[in-house]
Design a protein around this ligand. Structure first.
Ligand code: DAH
Length: 337
């Protein structure tokens, strides 16, 4: 029997308890009612009196050892659970979700930056405009059919107040307050009473450009826009100006760039033509200059206006304009860099 106790002592000494479960197993094996120690105590009764001392000491040793091991594990596990700031600096840190600019902001900033190199600064227009700045001063006479080119949201109680249909009214506000030379961009949100679809939205963004000085010619307009197209779409980009009509410019044009997707060969994005329309432009109409207190005999200038959504759609291959307004995190996170 003494040998058996010594074996148990050795077993317990070698026992390495890492978890509370293992310690509980040990406790049950030795200290439970039907555990080893009670068994040994039962046998102890039959031990010869002269051996009792030695036996007794060994049994006590075994019991103390078991209790010590269990206490050790308990201490260890309690220590772990009572330390919430137990920091393992070798672990990778938690993911920090960085935000990014909206694609419309990114394109807008790039346009501003490119024209900024040519000396254009930024002016703010206003989203709630009056009829005068959105239409009349821009040479849209009252009842003129050109007003129907842009379906307008009017303020119900005052038909003179409206949500601007284009950023061109910003030109007027700048010319009213600044003397030439003027080189300015007016970026901003515009509103049109149109059905929302994949290709058009009732809210979108434009950037207006205006350059007024002595002897500004159509050649200056063309060169400025060509510079922009090559900087924005790439060195190989070509431009094409098609005659058009806007009440506030004469002559007026629409500008196409060679399709940056197919390089001009023709693809679904450019509908097989090799060209993409990106902006309207022209020489500022003398009536507009006069309306803003600038003498058309002395000064001339050009203006242009482009849609930011359309530009961003071409740049990023977005096929549905509505995506820009959905705040869909999956879509927006595509533009992180
Ligand atoms: N305002 C026009 C539009 O929204 C775009 C435009 C055309 C602006 C010609 C201009 C311009 O400044 O000269 O369709």
């Amino acid at each position: 029997m003494i040998e058996k106790i010594k074996d148990f002592i050795q077993e317990v000494e070698e026992f390495k308890a890492e978890t509370a479960e293992k310690a509980e197993e040990l406790r049950l094996r030795f200290l439970a009612k039907k555990g080893i120690l009670n068994e040994i105590f039962a046998e102890f009764k039959a031990v010869a009196p002269e051996q009792k001392k030695e036996y007794g000491q060994k049994i006590n040793l075994l019991k103390q050892l078991v209790e010590k091991k269990i206490a050790e594990v308990k201490e260890k596990t309690e220590e772990l659970s009572s330390k919430p700031n137990d920091l393992d600096t070798s672990l990778p840190g938690p993911n920090i979700n960085l935000g990014s600019h909206h694609p419309i902001t990114m394109v807008k900033n790039e346009i501003i930056e490119i024209f900024g190199r040519l000396g254009f600064t930024v002016a703010e227009g206003q989203e709630i405009e009056d009829d005068y700045h959105n239409f009349t001063a821009l040479n849209f006479p009252p009842e003129h059919p050109a007003r129907d080119m842009q379906d307008t949201f009017f303020v119900e109680t005052n038909p003179d107040i409206l949500l601007r249909t284009h950023t061109s009214g910003g030109q007027v506000r700048v010319m009213e307050h600044q003397k030439p030379p003027i080189r300015v961009l007016v970026p901003g949100r515009v509103f049109r009473n149109e059905a929302v679809s994949a290709r058009s939205h009732c809210i979108f963004h434009q950037v207006e450009g205006l350059y007024i000085d002595k002897n500004v010619s159509f050649a200056d307009l063309k060169q400025t826009l060509m510079y922009f197209a090559k900087e924005f779409y790439g060195e190989k980009t070509e431009i094409r100006l098609r005659p058009s009509y806007f009440p506030f410019t004469e002559p007026s044009a629409e500008m196409d760039v060679s399709c940056s997707i197919c390089g001009g060969k023709g693809c679904p994005i450019c509908k097989g033509t090799g060209w993409l329309e990106i902006l309207g432009c022209g020489m500022v109409h003398p009536n507009v200059l006069k309306n803003c207190g600038i003498n058309p005999e002395e000064y001339s200038g050009f203006a242009f206006g482009m849609g930011i959504e359309r530009t961003a759609m071409l740049r990023y291959g977005v096929t549905d304009i509505r995506m820009f307004f959905e705040n869909d995190m999956k879509f927006l996170s595509r533009f992180k860099h």
